[in-house]
Design a protein around this ligand. Structure first.
Ligand code: AMP
Length: 216
């Protein structure tokens, strides 16, 4: 079972990816998380991409394809995977098509989650993450404990630099310009499904789960 999750930043892709991962035992490949970990570790790649992430801009396509190529060849992807945050441009989608052919990976189910900008901005500004293990929190729906330490690892809970109000507008503009055209790209293919991101987390998962089960 191979899945691509499409949708604007903050629409709920990460939350649903984690639920799919738990239920179907396939890894979530969040390219944003991979890049944030590189930045945190101070690696050469991290230093190269830090300012792009801080400004809400996209990392170049060839670099992203290289990262995903490397990740998809890992043994845990043999049974399937969930791509969360990739592809984000038409050249990335074309590159991914070629890559899947080369790696002899069967067709991918594409799941789009949509919601109005107003809702997305509200959600992103309430989003917090553990600076150590990346667990998601939300000031309204899943508030951090009073000591502001992660329930899983005890790390400090912070706001992502690119979740601050100035950067969100830029990220939404980048989404409209560069990622939204992917919806047309995949809509023309089989296995494309759209879901309402304003549903509750559990109801949205129930609907996604039934599609994933059908395509398994
Ligand atoms: P995300 O966690 O998916 O919102 O990604 C955070 C940031 O990482 C984005 O704003 C981009 O700067 C970068 N990024 C993540 N995935 C990609 C991608 N597929 N292509 C280019 N840049 C990406």
């Amino acid at each position: 079972m191979n899945i691509i999750l499409l949708g604007a930043p903050g629409v709920g892709k990460g939350t649903q990816a984690k639920k799919i991962m738990q239920k179907f035992r396939i890894p979530q490949i969040s390219t944003g998380e991979i890049l944030r970990n590189e930045v945190k570790s101070g690696s050469a790649l991290g230093q190269k991409v830090k300012s792009l992430l801080d400004q809400g801009q996209l990392v170049p396509d060839d670099l992203m394809l290289e990262i995903v190529h490397h990740r998809l060849r890992q043994p845990d992807c043999k049974r399937g995977f969930i791509l969360d945050g990739f592809p984000r441009t038409i050249p990335q989608a074309r590159g991914l098509d070629k890559l899947l052919k080369k790696l002899k990976i069967p067709p991918v189910t594409v799941i789009e989650i949509y919601a109005p900008d107003r809702i997305i901005i509200e959600r992103i500004t309430s989003r917090r993450i553990c600076g150590k293990c990346g667990t998601d929190y939300n000031l309204k729906l899943n508030p951090p404990p009073p000591d502001n330490r992660c329930r899983i690892c005890g790390g400090k809970i912070v706001q992502r630099d690119d979740d601050k109000a100035e950067t969100i507008k830029k990220r939404l503009a980048v989404y409209q310009e560069q990622t939204k055209p992917l919806i047309d790209y995949y809509n023309k293919q089989d296995h494309f499904h759209r879901f309402d991101g304003q549903l509750s987390v559990d109801e949205l998962f129930r609907q996604i789960e039934s599609i994933v089960e059908k395509n398994e």
